[in-house]
Design a protein around this ligand. Structure first.
Ligand code: ATP
Ligand code: MG
Length: 187
């Protein structure tokens, strides 16, 4: 799955709507310390369903909402939309059937200060589980290997065999079957 576009509003330092296009093979994001480069990666991770505030470098989930600056008041809501290209039939095949025919898949996550959150796929409200299921086995989900941050390579090399196996299973595309088996066993 290839990211086409990232839209951020009210998320961390991105108070106004900001759009990042990923139209070429390699996109570099550069800027001085503290300008928001890592916040872009946090936005991607958050939109894909990250539930750990710590992984997003915050204390609580509300820390992702713009909390004001010298000239602007805090925001009431954070919203991030990630648009994926779905035109590669081989990749589209890995997705749940209902998304097979869409050229693009837009995943949206919203969080309000009162703690309410919303998840949408192509503007239709869904459950968090639907987002997680969408990414299972594609290598893109929050626990997958699509985001390699500082120290991750070292972590993979020194990981316990079972943890390393999880990455290999994701790459082989079998995590989704394991997750479904587990669900079926619980029913
Ligand atoms: P470095 O080069 O040091 O890694 P960076 O470009 O990766 O820097 P980030 O960590 O992405 O910088 O951004 C940090 C900035 O984001 C800080 O100025 C911080 O105040 C701001 N920030 C984080 N959360 C919020 C929030 N909820 N509201 C407003 N600003 C925020
Ligand atoms: Mg950084």
């Amino acid at each position: 799955m290839r990211i086409r576009k990232l839209e951020i509003a009210g998320f961390k330092s991105f108070v106004d709507r900001t759009v990042v296009h990923f139209d070429v093979d390699v996109v570099g994001i550069v800027g001085p310390n503290g300008c928001g480069k890592s916040n872009i990666v946090d936005a991607i991770r958050w939109c894909m369903g990250e539930q750990s505030a710590k992984h997003l470098r915050g204390r609580s989930m509300a820390d992702v909402i713009f909390n004001g600056s010298e000239s602007r008041g805090p925001h009431g809501m954070a919203e991030v939309t990630l648009t994926f290209d779905n035109t590669d039939p081989e990749l589209a095949q890995q997705l749940p059937l209902e998304y097979k025919d869409y050229a693009e898949i837009a995943v949206t996550r919203k969080l309000y200060r009162d703690g309410t959150s919303e998840y949408l796929i192509n503007k239709t409200q869904v459950r968090l589980k639907d987002i997680t299921d969408l990414f299972l086995g594609t290598g893109v989900g929050t626990k997958a290997y699509s985001i390699i941050e500082q120290g991750k390579i070292g972590l993979i090399v020194s990981a316990r065999a079972e943890d390393r196996r999880m990455l290999i299973e994701e790459a082989a595309g079998i995590t989704k079957y394991k997750a479904r088996k587990k669900q079926a066993e619980q029913k």
